[in-house]
Each structure stands twice: as C-alpha cells, then as structure tokens.
Design a protein around this ligand. Structure first.
Ligand code: TYD
Length: 217
C-alpha cells in the first residue's frame, strides 16, 4: 500500500482523544471521504469478546504478558479482517488507540520489555503503521479530574495507580521523541475547537492526499 489513509489517536484515559477522533471523522466525511472510525480493542466480534475480558474488573489477575497477548490478538484480527481491506480500498481509517497504546501501557505501564511489545505489535499488524498519530498530551491530575466527573464506575485500567499512569505518559513521550515524523503531541488542555484546529493544520501539512483534495474541491 503506497499511501494508506490511516490515522490514530492516542493518550491516557480522560485525554479527550475520542472526541477529537469523532470530530475528525465527521470533518473528513463532509469533505467526501469514506471514513471508518474504529476503537481498540474492539470492532470485530472476537475483538469485542477480548475487550470485555480485558476491561472486566473480575480479570484483575491477568498477567502483563497475557494482557499484551490479548490486546495483540484483538489487534491482529482487526487489522487482517477490517483495517487492511478498508485501506486497500482507499478508505480513511481513524483508530482510537492502536499499537502505541501497547507501547505506552504494556511496555512502560506494565514494565514488559519494549522489544517484546514491539515484536507483538509487528506480528499483529503485519508492520502496518498509522501514517499520522495524534497524542493528546494532558497532565495526569487534569485527566483524573475529568474521569471522575464523567464516569461512575472504574474499570480495571482506571482503578490502577497514579504511578502506572505516570509511566504510561513516559511511554507516550518516548514515542514522541523517537518517532517525530509520525507521532505529534497536542496540548489537550486547550479548548476542544483549538485542539481540532491544530490537528487539522498538521493533517493538511503532512498528508498529500488531503492537500490535493482541498485544492481540487
Ligand atoms: P477504553 O474504555 O476504550 O478507554 P479509552 O476511552 O481511554 O480508550 O479502554 C481501553 C483501555 O485499554 C485503556 O485503559 C487503555 C488500555 N489499552 C492497553 O493497555 N493496551 C492497548 O494496546 C490498548 C489498545 C488499550
């Protein structure tokens, strides 16, 4: 695939990435693109089953490696049966979380070896990567306040400790540092419209297919 129209959104829980992913999907749809908004883990029957296993409070005993393999299994099914065929058709795929979540959560958060997580990512995706990734950067205290306001129940991840999330943030910062051409950090404390505008500017600068479309329409 030469120019896969594949964009992902990343960030800690409460960063507002889902709002931005939805918004971008709408904007691109209005421009006439065929857009698919997906979330990880999920979007295939088997991935939804795995999602409930992973997010269920009763599965607290999952080991980090089992957790990694479950996320990877879910991702593998999603890539092979949904994402790759859509991208081959030339459609736009926007993913709310993708492989970077495993780097941030499983490698940094759960302290699994980075190489192990990278290898699982490569197996699960056949080396497919988003062309652009937006990391919604937010201080942990603000994200936690937002989560407390919007959710009554805590799932397995949200009940985890502050130190865990600090490590997840470190993981995302590592990705911003090591893959500056793909992973863009956006200040997620800004108003929603401003965040969307910043994302749009980066997209227009970085994606030839979008720039071409904007000038021809
Ligand atoms: P979800 O309810 O979808 O949270 P959010 O709205 O923040 O995306 O739960 C997904 C959780 O799974 C989230 O805490 C991050 C975690 N996760 C991983 O640990 N590794 C992964 O590879 C993925 C995709 C998610």
């Amino acid at each position: 695939m030469q120019h896969p129209k594949f964009i992902s959104f990343e960030g800690i829980d409460g960063s507002g990435k889902t709002t931005q992913a939805k918004r971008l999907a709408k904007t691109l749809q209005h421009l006439g693109f065929s857009v698919h908004l997906l979330r990880e883990p999920g979007n295939t029957p088997v991935s939804e089953h795995i999602r409930s296993l992973l997010l269920d409070r009763s599965t607290y005993h999952l080991t980090p490696k089992t957790e990694l393999l479950l996320f990877s299994a879910s991702r593998s099914q999603l890539v092979d049966t949904v994402i790759q065929p859509l991208l081959e058709r030339g459609d736009v795929v926007i993913c709310d979380r993708f492989t970077d979540s495993s780097i941030a959560y499983q490698a940094f958060g759960r302290k699994l070896p980075l190489e192990m997580v990278q290898l699982c990512n490569r197996i699960a995706t056949n080396d497919l990567q988003p062309i652009l990734t937006f990391y919604l950067r937010i201080p942990l205290e603000i994200a936690q306040q937002r989560m407390q306001q919007t959710r009554n129940t805590q799932d397995r991840f949200e009940a985890s400790k502050t130190e865990f999330y600090q490590r997840v943030i470190e993981g995302y910062e590592f990705l911003v540092q090591t893959e500056p051409d793909r992973v863009f950090a956006i200040d997620a404390t800004q108003p929603v419209d401003q965040i969307a505008a910043e994302i749009w500017t980066i997209l227009q600068q970085r994606l030839p297919w979008l720039a071409q479309h904007s000038t021809s329409s």
